[in-house]
Each structure stands twice: as structure tokens, then as C-alpha cells.
Design a protein around this ligand. Structure first.
Ligand SMILES: NC(=O)c1ccc[n+]([C@@H]2O[C@H](COP(=O)([O-])OP(=O)(O)OC[C@H]3O[C@@H](n4cnc5c(N)ncnc54)[C@H](O)[C@@H]3O)[C@@H](O)[C@H]2O)c1
Length: 256
């Protein structure tokens, strides 16, 4: 009865202007949470907010660059100012990157770590004080490449492996404060990031989707909402005994 409901809760989602982050914002709002849609694009962010409002939910846009500590702190402050509290943080902001170590410049390496790992660290550091007030949940979007490495993506795999260990370290440090920290690990999901990856490899989007689908046990790529439902579960009270886990949402990818 009333499973996975979030009435009275406030959620902040990073990278919420597209892909998995946008789906998380929508699904958490559908479950009754007030949502801060945080990201870099005002236009895309407003569109997500308007979609949530049309569906009867509550949301507001907050500009956010996770590579800027002041911006992370401002996003957390915006949530507590607008809605009076903060209960849930979903860290979905991220960038894709290809290249084995020999093909990776210092600049590329640092840019990927900065957004995908340090950005999560910064958001968590800003969010812990308000989350302590009533207990809460952080859900980090890792990757199946948090759990095993793929070829030709050394910096990206390193960043996502780091997100999982940061998740586990924080689960240890904050469990007694009522803050749960978990990591959702998607395989290929049909989002703008997947399209950018296909472009980087000079492969047509439809062809890339077909290749990824063929490589997954279920024979198709995932949808952003399929990831968002796992996030909803981990953010909800029904997951109150779960912290520090990696939850694959991967069409069987990690079963091999
Ligand atoms: N799509 C996949 O196949 C897949 C698989 C595994 C993991 N992931 C992870 O899922 C998360 C969401 O990616 P997606 O697939 O929805 O792609 P996406 O490109 O649609 O979403 C990523 C979002 O992060 C935002 N972002 C990037 N840098 C930022 C910064 N400095 N500050 C704030 N926002 C920033 C982008 O603007 C974008 O809105 C990422 O962490 C990604 O690594 C995606």
C-alpha cells in the first residue's frame, strides 16, 4: 500500500535537464516529491519543470555546474529555501569520454574526473548538513563500468569506479545519521550521452543503438525511466535498510 511514495519530501536532481536525470526528476515528482531540477541548460531545465507541472507535480529549476563548489552549495541552499528541507539527492550529472590511457590527455582526464567524481563529492558535501536534519537518501548514478571496465574509456571507468567507492565510504560514515547512500549502475540507456558517444565513434545513432542492444542479454538498451524507477526505490522509505549498494539496471550486463 502506498509503496514508494514521497509526499512531503524534497529532492534535488543534478544533470536533470536531460536523459536519466530528467527522468529521475519526473518520476520522483510523480511519487509526490517537490523537485529541484538542477543543471546547466536553463531552457531544457524549464522544459522539464513545465512537464512536471503539467503532470500535477511541483518543481523548480536551479542553475548548476557541479565543477563549481559555490554552485553546488547554492543548489542545496535553493532547495531548502524554496521547499524548506532536503531529503533526497540524485547525482546524475556526468560526461562521457573515450580513450585508453595513451590516448588521454591530462586535460581530458581531469575534466572527466572533475565532473563525474569530484562533482558528486562536492554535491554530497554540500547536501549532508541539511540531510542530517531529517535523515535522507543520496542516490549516485554510477555505471555498469563502476563494476567492471570497458575497453577504451580509462578516465570514464575510473570516474565511475570512484563514484561507487565514494558511495560505499559515505554509507559507512553517515549511516548513524540516518543518511543512506546508494549507487545505481546502468548499462546502455538511450539518452543524449549515448548519441554523443555514437558521434564520437562516427557511428550512426540507430546503428549504435542496435549494436548496444545486441551486446546486452535482454537484446535492447534501457530507457531513462527504467533507471529512474530504481532511483525511486532507493530514495523511498521502503529501502530504509539498504545503504552502500550498487544496484545494476543493466539488462543483464553484469550477470555474465
Ligand atoms: N546513457 C548511458 O548509457 C549511461 C550508462 C551508464 C551511466 N550513465 C550515467 O548516467 C548519468 C546521466 O547521463 P545520461 O545518459 O542521462 O546523459 P545526458 O548527457 O543526457 O545527461 C548528463 C547531464 O549532465 C549534465 N552535466 C554535465 N556536466 C555538468 C556539470 N558540470 N554540471 C551540471 N550538469 C552537468 C549535462 O548537461 C546533462 O544534462 C551520467 O552520470 C552518466 O555517466 C549513462
Amino acid at each position: 500500500m502506498n509503496a514508494f511514495r514521497l509526499e512531503g519530501r524534497v529532492a534535488l536532481v543534478t544533470g536533470a535537464t536531460s536523459g536519466i536525470g530528467a527522468a529521475c526528476a519526473e518520476v520522483l515528482a510523480e511519487a509526490g516529491a517537490a523537485v529541484v531540477v538542477a543543471g546547466r541548460s536553463v531552457q531544457r531545465g524549464q522544459a522539464v519543470v513545465e512537464g512536471i507541472a503539467r503532470a500535477g507535480g511541483r518543481a523548480r529549476f536551479q542553475p548548476l555546474d557541479v565543477s563549481d563548489d559555490a554552485s553546488c552549495r547554492a543548489a542545496v541552499q535553493a532547495a531548502t529555501t524554496a521547499f524548506g528541507r532536503l531529503d533526497i539527492v540524485v547525482n546524475s550529472a556526468g560526461i562521457g569520454a573515450g580513450g585508453a590511457v595513451l590516448d588521454t590527455t591530462d586535460e581530458d582526464w581531469l575534466a572527466v574526473l572533475e565532473t563525474n567524481l569530484t562533482g558528486v563529492f562536492r554535491m554530497c558535501r554540500a547536501a549532508v548538513p541539511p540531510l542530517r536534519a531529517g535523515g535522507g537518501a543520496i542516490v549516485n548514478i554510477g555505471s555498469d563500468w563502476s563494476l567492471f571496465a570497458g575497453a577504451g574509456a580509462a578516465a570514464y571507468c575510473t570516474s565511475k569506479g570512484g563514484v561507487l567507492l565514494l558511495t560505499k565510504a559515505m554509507a559507512q560514515d553517515h549511516a548513524r545519521e540516518g543518511i543512506r547512500v546508494n549507487c545505481v549502475c546502468p548499462a546502455e540507456i538511450d539518452t543524449p550521452m549515448l548519441a554523443t558517444t555514437a558521434d564520437r565513434h562516427g557511428v550512426d545513432h540507430a546503428e549504435a543503438l542496435a549494436r548496444y542492444a545486441e551486446a546486452l542479454p535482454v537484446g535492447r538498451v534501457g530507457t531513462p525511466r527504467e533507471v529512474a524507477y530504481a532511483v525511486l526505490y532507493l530514495a523511498s522509505d521502503e529501502a530504509r535498510f539498504i545503504t552502500g549498494i550498487a544496484l545494476p539496471v543493466d539488462g543483464g550486463s553484469t550477470s555474465r
